[in-house]
Design a protein around this ligand. Structure first.
Ligand code: FAD
Length: 399
């Protein structure tokens, strides 16, 4: 079992939250999964007036990808904007971009309203070009985004402190609207005030008198409705997702704190999102990705790391940032839930309309999890279905 830099940081000097032994027998809504999508859904359900809501979590809040990611809050999807336009047209690409920016606003408001201490910073992001093709696509994306009213630019060289260290890249697409966060501290802060039952692994959900019965280890809970927010783990809970959501592993490491900040305040991703890195406030360099070099091995649910990928991450740091002799404080893995078209799946299950799902965030849950949760909670409470929910509807892939 691996533990992320964020999880270790949060738990050091703090006692683990007490294990919740008993849940009540009946709730209006039971959300399954204590990551950003589940906690945010419960958070917005409460805001829209649902008081009797619980989150059931197999381990602890932020145990999954939410507590193990890079903490990048990015607008758009994984692909450059130019590719989004080819795939879905200008209008849709612009709408997705706007939704992800609204997502960021929701994170920012939640941090300030709830005074969450999570090192949030709207620092802007660089998508660095590793070759001519990527540079061309990023320059095209910049042009299209400016045409669509977004304030972005292509910089032939990364300016500031990181200029020399990152001189090997062919410049970068800078989006000032993006930001960074400690994802584990954020989700735990967001969960304050929400009833969460930890160490509760849901093993089955069945229809019962127009509601649902949720089974755990020797416990049964009834709810008017269940919301599955288990991302990559959805196929383990409901076979319907077996050929819709695919578990892929991402690995990361955190160096021991470096003597100084060498990468500036921004966050960086490169090679179409396969390489990502940032430096934290304590100067630890946090780097992840490279799974494109190890596609065959980096799938499945096992919470493991591999020597070859971890070595490749270290070599990347030496080759690209000119660093050597650094120590490593933490190495970890996390499981993302991918879908065939790169978009989440949201909506009621065809075989049980009392169960809604919101899964398949394709490595971008912090770019979309808040806005989709807000829209889903509003739909549940008011019946108002947003354009975003329609776009991500589970029905588009239903068989
Ligand atoms: C290495 C890595 C780097 C990433 N970097 C970024 C990034 O920088 N920015 C970004 O936007 N995204 C990033 N992502 C993706 C992002 O972390 C996910 O999209 C997001 O966390 C998904 O949130 P979630 O709540 O849907 O799922 P999860 O965080 O995976 O939460 C699901 C929860 O469900 C629980 N669960 C599962 N089965 C059951 C069950 N049967 N009963 C009860 N509970 C259950 C799990 O324990 C888990 O806590 C990264 C992912 C990884 C792995």
């Amino acid at each position: 079992m691996t533990v992320s830099y964020w999880q270790k940081r949060y738990f050091s000097g703090r006692s683990l939250p007490p294990k919740t032994e008993h849940a009540r027998d009946r709730y209006d809504i039971a959300v399954i999964g204590g990551g950003i999508s589940g906690i945010a859904t419960a958070y917005f359900l409460k805001k829209f007036g649902c008081d009797n809501v619980v989150v059931l979590e197999k381990n602890y809040i932020g145990y999954g990808a939410t507590g193990r990611n890079a903490g990048f809050i990015l607008s758009g999807l994984a692909e450059p904007y130019s590719r989004l336009i080819v795939a879905m047209g200008e209008e849709s690409a612009r709408e997705i971009m706007n939704s992800t920016m609204e997502n960021h606003d929701l994170i920012e408001s939640a941090v300030s309203e709830n005074k969450i201490d999570c090192h949030y910073d709207k620092c802007g992001s660089y998508h660095l070009a590793t070759g001519e093709l990527e540079r061309k696509e990023l320059e095209e994306s910049t042009e299209m985004m400016i045409k669509h009213g977004f304030d972005v630019e292509y910089q032939p060289k990364v300016p500031g402190k990181a200029k020399d260290r990152l001189s090997g890249y062919l410049g970068g697409f800078f989006n000032p609207a993006d930001g960074k966060i400690d994802p584990f501290a954020f989700v735990n802060g967001l969960a304050a005030g929400i009833e969460v039952v930890t160490d509760f692994e849901v093993t089955g959900i069945e229809k019962k008198h127009g509601a649902v019965e949720i089974r755990g280890d020797n416990v049964r809970i009834e709810a008017e409705m269940a919301i599955l927010a288990v991302n990559a783990y959805a196929p383990l809970l409901d076979k319907y997702f077996s050929d819709l959501v695919f578990p892929v592993r991402g690995q990361m490491l955190a160096t021991s704190p470096l003597p100084a900040n060498i990468l500036g305040e921004s966050i960086y991703y490169a090679n179409f999102g396969y390489d990502y890195f940032r430096q934290f406030d304590d100067h630890a360099l946090i780097m992840g990705g490279l799974r494109n070099r190890f596609f065959k091995n980096e799938t499945g649910y096992e919470d493991i790391i591999s020597d070859d990928l971890q070595r490749a991450l270290e070599e990347y740091i030496t080759a690209n940032f000119g660093l050597s002799g650094f120590g490593i404080d933490e190495r970890w893995g996390g499981v993302m839930g991918n879908t065939i078209d790169g978009l989440p799946l949201i909506g009621s299950l065809p075989h049980n309309s009392s169960v809604l799902a919101m899964v398949g965030f394709n490595g971008h849950g912090f770019g979309m999890g808040m806005v989709t949760a807000r829209d889903l909670a509003r739909a549940v409470m008011t019946g108002e279905n947003s354009d975003l929910l329609k776009r991500f509807s589970i029905k588009r892939l239903s068989r």
